[in-house]
Design a protein around this ligand. Structure first.
Ligand code: FAD
Length: 242
């Protein structure tokens, strides 16, 4: 069109384009060189490389960009994070460990649906210290439809829950400080019977099984025989899982 009113397409905000370029640069100039130092199948870069890059990211204010600002994150929403994640994944281990974790090891998103006490106790220290966490949704019965396939049971026992079931493909379960396990309290209640439990590492009966994948950890099969946790929001599992 001659009148200058032709549709230009959607333009990304300049700040977001600049941030995306920064992420791209970090991946190309910092993460990929660090990755070449480790075995091609290694799921992580060396610890000293990790912290060398992570400290620069923290100083640049690019740490945990998708987590809420009031808890120490960057406060970015779903759309900008999708754009940034696209860039964070552009390296060998980026498929399952975007940016090799140098942009912060964020807690499972469901934690933001927890109580303020739970957020302070679990999420804030994870953001600060980049400790590993895990989330356990997938079971041998399937992972695509958690509401239909979850069979892991949670039975109240005094002030805690006893979990009983098997979870598979739970990344970082073997090294995590804590994690969120999706369970069923009432098998007859459908989606309403799926609360979340927070489980701490080191419970004696939380047993790790053999690895189900050809890759080494972080992909592990593990069985929960008995562990204590506490409920977040009863029935909020399916809603906050996605
Ligand atoms: C690298 C990696 C890391 C992972 N980390 C974790 C983790 O930390 N925690 C965790 O809980 N899980 C984790 N998973 C598991 C992952 O979330 C599941 O593999 C995924 O949700 C799919 O579930 P599934 O493998 O049981 O396949 P299924 O649910 O059995 O699906 C098998 C196939 O059927 C298709 N299908 C399923 N249902 C439908 C339907 N209704 N209509 C049409 N097609 C359908 C699927 O698209 C798929 O192709 C990880 C997986 C990988 C590969």
């Amino acid at each position: 069109m001659e009148d200058g009113n032709e549709y230009q397409g959607y333009q990304l905000p300049h700040e977001l384009v600049a941030l995306r370029d920064q992420v791209k640069r970090v991946i190309r100039e910092e993460v990929i060189p660090a990755e070449t130092k480790v075995d091609p199948d290694a799921p992580e870069i060396l610890d000293e490389d990790y912290w060398g890059i992570a400290h620069k990211i923290q100083a640049a204010g690019m740490w945990c960009m998708g987590s809420p600002k009031q808890y120490g994150g960057g406060g970015l929403g779903m759309f900008p994070m999708c754009l940034l994640m696209e860039e964070m994944c552009q390296h060998r281990m980026g498929l399952y460990n975007p940016g090799a974790g140098v942009f912060g090891r964020t807690p499972p998103p469901v934690i933001w649906a927890g109580t303020e006490e739970q957020i302070q106790k679990y999420a804030v220290s994870t953001l600060k210290n980049a400790t590993y966490t895990f989330f356990g949704i997938t079971e041998p019965s399937g992972g695509s439809d958690p509401a239909g396939s979850i069979q892991c049971r949670a039975v109240r026992d005094g002030d805690h829950y006893v979990l009983n079931g098997t979870k598979i493909f739970t990344s970082h379960a073997h090294e995590a400080e804590w994690g969120v396990v999706f369970t069923r309290t009432d098998p007859g209640a459908g989606r309403g019977g799926l609360p979340l439990s927070l489980s701490k590492r080191g419970r004696p009966a939380l047993r790790h099984g053999r690895s189900r994948c050809c890759a080494p950890p972080p992909y592990q099969t593990w069985s929960i025989l008995k562990t204590a946790g506490f409920q977040s929001h009863s029935g909020s599992g399916p809603r906050v899982a996605v």
